[in-house]
Design a binder for this molecule. Structure first.
Ligand SMILES: [Zn+2]
Length: 498
């Protein structure tokens, strides 16, 4: 972190500052208040602030269009003009295909491809942001060998924003699991389903997923030159995975995906949980939603076998029917046992919203807000967003990007948007950063309990480089607490700058 630049900005911005506050936290609060409404200053502030972690990012959507186009050129793939997309060779001139190498030389095509792969320049007045957003995923593609490049882009970008923990969502083993599901067929009796898709059947899927993680991480580390002089700061990011299941396929395939996801998570500590993805308003996803929740409840034993995070309530009552937008968050928490809810933007329209919010607060279920994504897909922003509803109910909130490449955002811009949309102060921003680790799926006890530090470390300076013996021993026993301790050190350095 650059330690010289910000105090200068502080000096420039706080010409009229009053008496200097006593504690570093109070001084940081004072500084942030002094730059309120000055976007450039606030941008520098949120970029440099330690943001704890990123818990909701889809690997393929996190990559910027420009990277996909560069790899298409290097890997000999083709670009198609309509719809703008990357396709496998041979390039078909009859369909207007050009070779990857020629993309950068054709500026109008290059611009159309970047716009076609993302929300850049999207004409919201005349088109559906929702449809364009989800359509982009059919357009960009990269060879399997590029997944290490994709991870390198994600962790390097996070590290440059002073953020050192990420749970990346990736479809690990979906293809193999779907085949097993098709062979099994569906039964409403999930005990019968478990006999048709036993865990032993997914052993090859698990082995392939683990081999994939090994290979892509080796490529990522090589690209970032980890362990060598001048390594990329991304090497310092702790990388974990959420196994991504797809909700738009037949129920029996979703069942097999769940079995495979649990098996992968139990076999490999790098995979820390599962999630269920793809448009929630898709007709199959709508029809089968309750069955999907039953499947996850059954296979994960209500989230006790493995950690469950679910996209739920990423809807509005006009995108679907009011009835459909009435219970998805509730079912994800109550029936499936989710510990984190992705989006949850329909909450105000759900039956017994107060009851669901109270349930989330009492069970410690967090909500993952992806503000730019909610705006692009659902048109929810500012006062239309249920941020305040969750906050006042005492539900833990975290900020995430969802698909930073598609949305043309990053975690800092999400913090900036929250800061400006909801008038957040420093202590609220700091809580958001801490929540990202408290509600991560890392194993071990949490450093923070009901707003105070665990007794083993309470007498220490949070984040101290050499904590006392008792605290050090306690930290050694918890991966989560060690990551939280590292964040406290970053927060202390950040607050000391003002
Ligand atoms: Zn998502």
């Amino acid at each position: 972190m650059k330690t010289a630049a910000l105090p200068l900005i502080a000096l420039l911005a706080t010409g009229c500052a009053g008496p200097i506050a006593a504690s570093p936290e109070a001084r940081t609060t004072q500084y942030l208040a002094s730059i309120r409404g000055r976007t450039a200053f606030e941008t520098v502030f949120v970029r440099e602030m330690p943001k704890g972690g990123e818990l909701h990012t889809h690997l393929s959507g996190a990559v910027y269009a420009e990277s996909y186009l560069r790899w298409a050129a290097e890997d000999g793939l083709c670009a198609r003009r309509s719809p703008p997309s990357i396709v496998d060779p041979p390039c078909d001139p009859a369909r207007g295909d050009v070779s990857g190498a020629a993309i950068a030389l054709d500026v109008p095509l290059y611009r159309a491809l970047v716009d076609g792969f993302s929300m850049r320049n999207f004409p919201y007045a005349t088109g559906s942001g929702h449809d364009h957003f989800f359509d982009t995923f059919e357009r960009f593609d990269a060879r399997r060998e590029r997944y290490g490049d994709m991870l390198a882009e994600v962790v390097s970008r996070l590290a440059r924003q002073n953020t050192r923990y990420v749970e990346v969502m990736q479809s690990l083993g979906v293809g193999g699991a779907n085949r097993l599901g098709r062979e099994a067929g569906w039964s409403d009796d999930l005990a019968v389903m478990s006999t048709r898709v036993p865990e032993s059947a997914v052993a090859a899927v698990v082995a392939d997923a683990r081999q994939r993680m090994d290979a892509q991480e080796a490529r990522m580390r090589a690209l970032l030159r980890c362990g060598q002089a001048g390594e990329d700061p991304g090497c310092g990011v702790t990388l974990r995975y959420l196994v991504q299941m797809i909700r738009t396929v037949p129920r029996e395939e979703v069942f097999a995906q769940a079995v495979a996801a649990v098996a992968i998570i139990e076999a490999d500590p790098r995979a820390v949980g599962l999630n269920l993805v793809a448009p929630e308003d898709d007709p199959v996803a709508v029809r089968d939603y309750r069955d999907h929740m039953r499947v996850i409840d059954h296979v994960t034993r209500h989230g006790t076998r493995v950690n469950v995070a679910l996209h739920a309530g990423e809807l509005t009552p006009s995108l679907v029917t009011p009835e459909v937008a009435s219970d998805h968050v509730r079912l994800a928490v109550e029936l499936a046992g989710a510990r984190r809810i992705g989006h949850g933007t329909d909450i105000a329209w759900e039956h017994d919203a107060r009851g669901t919010l109270a349930m989330m607060a009492s069970r410690g279920v967090a909500v993952e807000h992806c503000l730019r994504s909610a705006d692009a897909i659902l048109g929810l922003r500012g006062a239309e967003h249920p941020w305040g509803l969750y906050r006042e109910a005492g539900v833990a909130q975290v900020l995430c990007t969802d698909d930073e490449g598609v949305s043309r955002t990053d975690l800092s811009r999400e913090y900036l948007l929250a800061l400006q949309s909801f008038g957040l102060g420093w202590t609220e921003l700091k809580t958001l950063a801490r929540n990202a680790l408290s509600h991560s799926f890392l194993p071990g006890a949490t450093l923070w309990e009901r707003g105070s530090i665990n007794a083993a470390c309470r007498s220490e300076v949070p984040g101290a480089e050499r904590p006392g013996e008792g605290c050090a021993r306690w930290l050694a026993g918890s991966e989560r607490a060690r990551e939280q301790w590292r964040l406290e050190a970053s927060l202390r350095r950040f607050e000391a700058m003002w």
